[in-house]
Design a protein around this ligand. Structure first.
Ligand SMILES: [Zn+2]
Length: 325
């Protein structure tokens, strides 16, 4: 990778008539999803901007990407109004009803830096199309924006990802945990588009609370622990083999599925197997994930499941302080 850095192309317009969020920037704040608001404290992500080192052959440096980014930015200016702030930093176009400086800090700390960390440690194929990040300052402007731009109603209180448009739509007043969750989906779509739901959601949830560094991104315990420990303690958590073979992740068990898959990813990270497992799944799509786990651990899946459950019960949330497992 080269150390050169191309200047950010910044074009700013202001978005009038909308209140500004009094949001502290610089730390990644985890946020709950699916109706369960998190009270989680800041993660230990550094406040400094992303190093933004980019390989010379990064698709984000191509003329086609720059042209698409300019088109997307112009379209957003037209649709959001003359007062919206729009920042072009391929592959990202970030827009919102926030002061430019605040939008820049979100771009640096909650988009660019975690993205660089995911590319450094996990994902190998970078985006070849623009990813749009819409950051709304508060609930009212978020709901109005989701409806006006996409016709979306009854959306999550925190934010969501529109897969077809590659657009992240966020109420950033709720924190940046959901932003990094959805960013993981957006980036993973280019590296492993056929990922099973449990793995895609497991990694996205893992990054809701994380430590970001130049060498990579690492998940930390978060608010999803409590429900998982209750399920394990109550004997209601289904076997890992069932989760890994599940083709109905978003069905009736979805709440527990999110937690089980997140913490299984955290457990693989704890055993230093997460990156190898992810890449094995991606590169051997025909292989059952359970078989790949057994191959990597060298033990039957049932034994891994037992060890996973015992390990989960040793975790604490909130961590003391932000302890990495
Ligand atoms: Zn998700």
């Amino acid at each position: 990778m080269t150390a050169t850095r191309r200047p950010i192309l910044s074009t700013v317009l202001r978005w009038s008539g909308l209140s500004l969020a009094g949001v502290l920037i610089g730390l990644l704040i985890a946020a709950g999803r699916g109706g369960a608001r998190s009270t989680s404290p800041p993660s230990s992500a550094p406040a400094t901007p992303a190093s933004a080192s980019r390989p010379a052959d990064c698709p984000c440096r191509t003329e086609a990407m720059r042209r698409e980014a300019s088109r997307v930015a112009e379209d957003l200016r037209g649709r959001l109004g003359a007062s919206a702030a729009v920042i072009v930093d391929p592959p990202f176009v970030v827009a919102g009803n926030l002061p430019e400086a605040q939008l820049q800090r979100y771009l640096a700390t909650a988009v660019r830096r975690p993205a660089e960390a995911m590319w450094a440690s996990l994902f190998q194929r970078r985006p070849t199309r623009v990813i749009t990040v819409l950051l709304f300052a508060d609930r009212d402007s978020y709901l109005a924006g989701a409806k006006r731009l996409f016709g979306d109603e009854n959306v999550s209180a925190f934010g969501y990802y529109r897969r077809n448009e590659r657009a992240l739509v966020m109420n950033i007043d709720t924190g940046t945990g959901t932003l990094v969750h959805e960013l993981t989906h957006a980036l993973m779509a280019f590296d492993y588009p056929g990922a099973p739901d449990w793995l895609a959601e497991g990694l996205a949830c893992l990054h809701e609370q994380c430590r970001v560094a130049d060498e990579g991104i690492r998940g930390l315990p978060n608010w999803r622990l409590e429900g998982l420990q209750a399920a394990i303690g109550g004997g209601t958590l289904r076997p890992l083999a069932d989760l890994l073979a599940d083709d109905d992740f978003y069905g009736p068990l979805r709440g527990t599925n999110y937690a089980q898959s997140r913490y299984f990813c955290l457990y693989l990270q704890h055993r230093d197997l997460l990156v190898r497992f992810y890449r094995a799944c991606r590169d051997s799509p025909a292989a059952p994930p359970a078989a790949l786990v057994e191959q990597l651990t060298g033990e039957p899946l049932e034994r891994t499941d037992q060890a996973f459950r015992a390990w989960v019960m040793t975790l604490a949330w909130p961590a003391e302080p932000a302890r990495e497992p």
